[in-house]
Design a protein. Structure first.
Length: 80
């Protein structure tokens, strides 16, 4: 999988594919080369999912003054 292939995936699509990869790896029925290739694909998917989660986390935080001249990230208050 190239970067272009997974950057067009939604979080849900990437997570579903990652779950499939994990199931295949856990089966133990793959040859060594297939296992290594699938492991690498799984790592890329996991990194992509984590980066999407990190982006969402940043979007849901706001910077507030910390009183010492700096700022602290705090959860964004959502008024319903």
């Amino acid at each position: 999988m190239t970067n272009d292939q997974h950057t067009e995936m939604s979080f849900e699509q990437a997570l579903a594919e990652l779950e499939t990869v994990v199931q295949q790896l856990e089966s133990g029925a793959l040859a060594l080369e297939e296992t290594v290739a699938l492991y690498e694909r799984g790592r890329k998917l996991a990194q992509y999912c984590q980066s999407l989660l990190d982006d969402v986390d940043l979007r849901l935080q706001q910077l507030t003054p910390d009183g010492a001249g700096g700022h602290t990230a705090t959860p964004l208050a959502i008024n319903e």
